[in-house]
Design a protein around this ligand. Structure first.
Ligand code: G
Ligand code: G
Ligand code: MN
Ligand code: NA
Length: 250
């Protein structure tokens, strides 16, 4: 495919960029971390979103090299622009299962001089379904390095509650679909409340994604959610337009 061919030039031609979306801690009301989100400046098509090119890169294996770029670039930003915050990165299932993945993470962190505790890797349930034992071994090694692990998009897809007790997560990110429906759909609200309680019982932080208005923010704060992320706090933005302060309306 054309996109796949263009992707092979993208790294060498420096066409990728990381955007950063803030995450707000509801007990301090401060931005304490950022999620790195990749963007592709395609020479002809302009800005292409990851939803479009990540699946292509996964199918071709190019995601491994792209993942290394994301790791290096996120750590560079963490050691220069965002000195006091944590950074989370999305890890593709294909990248996660690459044999050099853990070594790459360890080396990149060692080279950056950043405490591993400031780095969080976001994985989805898809990463865990294929080979439980292997996934657990990889996660255990990552925990030994000291990085944090978040379960992304929780509640959609192949959700199994047993994952929460079997794997060493530091954080659960509630999928934004539950947050969007929380006012209209009592079931979604019940799920949010349950995940918050589960997180507390299992000593995991709970982050709600997709928070777009103050009503949702208050609802989540009342329910004891630890952190929120979404367009209300800030949209993903390039480093030079990084959202550093919470908008006054919040
Ligand atoms: O940023 P945006 O909402 O367009 O992201 C769309 C999807 O692409 C999300 O599922 C997000 O997790 C994924 N994504 C964004 N950046 C990266 C990345 O650096 N690596 C991987 N593997 N996925 C990413
Ligand atoms: O799958 P993942 O959770 O990594 O997806 C991250 C994507 O979610 C980013 O591409 C970002 O653009 C998108 N996103 C972040 N906050 C919001 C929000 O408040 N509303 C909506 N609709 N999308 C959001
Ligand atoms: Mn994510
Ligand atoms: Na997410």
């Amino acid at each position: 495919r054309a996109l796949e061919k263009d992707l092979s030039a993208a790294l060498s031609e420096d066409q990728f960029e990381l955007y950063f979306q803030p995450r707000m801690n509801l007990s301090t009301c401060r931005i304490e971390s950022y999620e790195a989100l990749i963007r592709w400046h395609h020479p002809e098509q302009g800005l292409i979103n990851p939803a479009e090119f990540i699946p292509v890169a996964e199918a071709s294996g190019q995601i491994v090299a792209i993942g290394k770029y994301v790791l290096a670039e996120a750590l560079r930003v963490a050691s220069t622009t965002i000195l006091s915050s944590n950074i989370s990165l999305n890890v593709s299932p294909v990248q996660f299962r690459d044999r050099d993945f853990v070594d790459d993470v360890q080396r990149a962190i060692a080279n950056s001089g950043i405490p591993a505790e400031r780095i969080e890797l976001e994985i989805t349930e898809t990463t865990l379904i294929e080979d439980d034992a292997r996934a657990l071994a990889i996660l255990t090694r990552l925990k030994e390095i000291g990085v944090k692990i978040a379960l992304d998009d929780f509640g959609v897809g192949y959700s199994s509650l047993s994952y929460l007790s079997r794997f060493p997560f530091d954080c659960i990110k509630i999928d934004r679909s539950f947050v969007h429906e929380a006012r209209r759909n009592y079931g979604s609200l019940a799920i949010i409340e349950t995940v918050v309680r589960l997180g507390k019982a299992l000593n995991m932080r709970v982050v709600a994604e997709g928070v777009e208005d103050t009503e949702k923010l208050l609802l989540l704060a009342q329910r004891g959610c630890h952190e929120v992320q979404g367009f209300l706090i800030g949209r993903p933005a390039p480093v030079n337009r990084l959202v550093r302060e919470i908008p006054v309306e919040v």
